[in-house]
Design a protein around this ligand. Structure first.
Ligand code: 4NP
Length: 154
Protein backbone atom coordinates (compact mmCIF):
# COMPACT_ATOMS: atom_id res chain seq x y z
CA UNK A 1 0.00 0.00 0.00
CA UNK A 2 1.29 3.45 -0.96
CA UNK A 3 1.90 5.95 1.85
CA UNK A 4 1.74 9.61 0.87
CA UNK A 5 2.54 12.64 3.03
CA UNK A 6 1.54 16.22 2.14
CA UNK A 7 3.75 18.95 3.63
CA UNK A 8 3.46 22.76 3.93
CA UNK A 9 4.65 25.32 6.48
CA UNK A 10 1.91 25.41 9.13
CA UNK A 11 -0.13 22.27 8.28
CA UNK A 12 -3.32 24.33 8.60
CA UNK A 13 -3.97 25.57 5.03
CA UNK A 14 -2.42 23.85 2.02
CA UNK A 15 -1.32 20.38 3.17
CA UNK A 16 -4.50 19.43 5.09
CA UNK A 17 -6.49 20.47 2.00
CA UNK A 18 -4.23 18.33 -0.21
CA UNK A 19 -4.71 15.44 2.24
CA UNK A 20 -8.50 15.83 2.15
CA UNK A 21 -8.69 16.12 -1.64
CA UNK A 22 -6.47 13.09 -2.29
CA UNK A 23 -8.37 11.03 0.31
CA UNK A 24 -11.66 11.89 -1.40
CA UNK A 25 -10.34 10.96 -4.85
CA UNK A 26 -8.71 7.70 -3.76
CA UNK A 27 -11.87 6.72 -1.83
CA UNK A 28 -13.92 7.27 -4.97
CA UNK A 29 -11.52 5.08 -6.92
CA UNK A 30 -11.40 2.42 -4.15
CA UNK A 31 -7.63 2.82 -3.89
CA UNK A 32 -6.17 1.59 -0.60
CA UNK A 33 -3.71 4.19 0.58
CA UNK A 34 -2.32 5.88 3.67
CA UNK A 35 -2.45 9.69 3.48
CA UNK A 36 -1.30 12.18 6.09
CA UNK A 37 -0.04 15.77 6.25
CA UNK A 38 2.46 17.74 8.32
CA UNK A 39 4.03 21.19 8.61
CA UNK A 40 7.68 22.13 8.67
CA UNK A 41 7.10 24.54 11.59
CA UNK A 42 5.56 23.80 14.99
CA UNK A 43 3.50 27.02 15.40
CA UNK A 44 0.12 25.37 14.87
CA UNK A 45 0.67 21.87 16.28
CA UNK A 46 -2.57 20.23 17.46
CA UNK A 47 -4.73 22.92 15.83
CA UNK A 48 -7.50 22.11 13.36
CA UNK A 49 -7.07 23.53 9.84
CA UNK A 50 -7.61 27.28 9.33
CA UNK A 51 -11.35 28.06 9.31
CA UNK A 52 -11.04 29.49 5.77
CA UNK A 53 -9.54 26.22 4.52
CA UNK A 54 -12.24 24.18 6.25
CA UNK A 55 -14.91 26.40 4.60
CA UNK A 56 -13.30 26.11 1.18
CA UNK A 57 -13.05 22.30 1.45
CA UNK A 58 -16.68 22.12 2.64
CA UNK A 59 -17.77 24.12 -0.41
CA UNK A 60 -16.29 21.26 -2.44
CA UNK A 61 -17.96 18.60 -0.22
CA UNK A 62 -14.78 17.62 1.59
CA UNK A 63 -14.63 17.54 5.40
CA UNK A 64 -11.22 18.36 6.85
CA UNK A 65 -12.54 19.94 10.06
CA UNK A 66 -11.25 17.17 12.34
CA UNK A 67 -7.65 17.05 11.10
CA UNK A 68 -4.97 18.10 13.58
CA UNK A 69 -1.70 19.83 12.68
CA UNK A 70 1.60 18.14 13.44
CA UNK A 71 5.22 18.90 12.66
CA UNK A 72 7.21 16.99 10.04
CA UNK A 73 9.82 14.70 11.59
CA UNK A 74 12.72 12.63 10.28
CA UNK A 75 10.73 9.43 10.95
CA UNK A 76 8.35 10.53 8.18
CA UNK A 77 11.05 9.52 5.69
CA UNK A 78 10.60 5.95 6.98
CA UNK A 79 6.83 6.06 7.28
CA UNK A 80 6.02 7.43 3.80
CA UNK A 81 6.91 6.50 0.21
CA UNK A 82 6.16 9.91 -1.31
CA UNK A 83 6.43 13.32 0.34
CA UNK A 84 4.72 16.10 -1.61
CA UNK A 85 5.74 19.63 -0.59
CA UNK A 86 3.79 22.76 -1.51
CA UNK A 87 6.58 25.27 -2.15
CA UNK A 88 10.30 25.67 -2.61
CA UNK A 89 10.84 26.72 0.98
CA UNK A 90 9.09 23.56 2.26
CA UNK A 91 11.28 21.61 -0.18
CA UNK A 92 14.48 23.12 1.24
CA UNK A 93 13.33 22.53 4.84
CA UNK A 94 12.44 18.88 4.27
CA UNK A 95 15.54 18.14 2.19
CA UNK A 96 17.67 19.64 4.97
CA UNK A 97 16.39 16.84 7.27
CA UNK A 98 17.06 14.03 4.76
CA UNK A 99 19.60 11.47 5.99
CA UNK A 100 20.53 10.04 2.62
CA UNK A 101 19.78 10.01 -1.11
CA UNK A 102 16.85 7.62 -0.62
CA UNK A 103 15.14 10.12 1.71
CA UNK A 104 15.74 12.96 -0.78
CA UNK A 105 14.26 10.98 -3.68
CA UNK A 106 10.92 10.79 -1.86
CA UNK A 107 10.47 14.58 -1.82
CA UNK A 108 8.65 16.23 -4.72
CA UNK A 109 7.06 19.64 -5.36
CA UNK A 110 3.39 18.69 -5.82
CA UNK A 111 2.83 20.99 -8.82
CA UNK A 112 5.58 19.22 -10.74
CA UNK A 113 2.94 16.47 -11.23
CA UNK A 114 0.85 19.01 -13.19
CA UNK A 115 3.63 21.09 -14.75
CA UNK A 116 6.65 18.75 -14.97
CA UNK A 117 10.03 20.27 -14.08
CA UNK A 118 8.51 23.73 -13.61
CA UNK A 119 9.24 23.83 -9.85
CA UNK A 120 6.14 25.96 -9.28
CA UNK A 121 4.87 26.59 -5.75
CA UNK A 122 1.34 26.38 -4.37
CA UNK A 123 1.00 29.97 -3.09
CA UNK A 124 0.55 30.41 0.65
CA UNK A 125 -3.05 31.70 1.12
CA UNK A 126 -2.66 32.52 4.84
CA UNK A 127 -2.31 36.30 4.54
CA UNK A 128 -4.70 36.74 1.59
CA UNK A 129 -8.44 36.64 0.91
CA UNK A 130 -10.94 33.93 0.03
CA UNK A 131 -9.93 33.85 -3.65
CA UNK A 132 -6.47 32.69 -2.59
CA UNK A 133 -8.00 29.64 -0.91
CA UNK A 134 -10.06 28.81 -4.01
CA UNK A 135 -6.95 29.19 -6.16
CA UNK A 136 -5.11 26.73 -3.89
CA UNK A 137 -8.06 24.32 -4.18
CA UNK A 138 -7.95 24.40 -7.98
CA UNK A 139 -4.19 23.79 -8.08
CA UNK A 140 -4.37 20.93 -5.56
CA UNK A 141 -7.44 19.38 -7.19
CA UNK A 142 -5.57 19.18 -10.50
CA UNK A 143 -2.48 17.73 -8.85
CA UNK A 144 -4.46 15.16 -6.85
CA UNK A 145 -6.33 14.00 -9.98
CA UNK A 146 -3.00 13.19 -11.57
CA UNK A 147 -1.60 11.58 -8.40
CA UNK A 148 -4.75 9.43 -7.90
CA UNK A 149 -4.66 8.29 -11.54
CA UNK A 150 -0.99 7.38 -11.24
CA UNK A 151 -1.85 5.17 -8.25
CA UNK A 152 -4.39 3.19 -10.32
CA UNK A 153 -1.67 2.42 -12.85
CA UNK A 154 1.06 1.64 -10.31
P1 4NP B 1 0.16 26.61 5.38
O1 4NP B 1 -0.17 28.16 5.61
O2 4NP B 1 1.66 26.48 5.39
O3 4NP B 1 -0.43 26.33 4.04
O4 4NP B 1 -0.50 25.86 6.51
C1 4NP B 1 0.36 28.94 6.64
C2 4NP B 1 -0.16 28.81 7.91
C3 4NP B 1 0.33 29.62 8.94
C4 4NP B 1 1.31 30.54 8.67
C5 4NP B 1 1.83 30.66 7.41
C6 4NP B 1 1.35 29.85 6.40
N1 4NP B 1 1.78 31.40 9.72
O5 4NP B 1 2.60 32.27 9.43
O6 4NP B 1 1.37 31.22 10.86
Amino acid sequence: MQRILMVCLGNICRSPLAEGILREKTNQLSINIIIDSAGTCDNHVNQNPDSRTIANAKKHHIDISKLKARQFSVSDFDNFDLIFVMDSSNYADVIALARNENDKQKVELILNRVYPNSNMSVPDPYFGGEQGFENVFILLDNACNIIANSLIKS
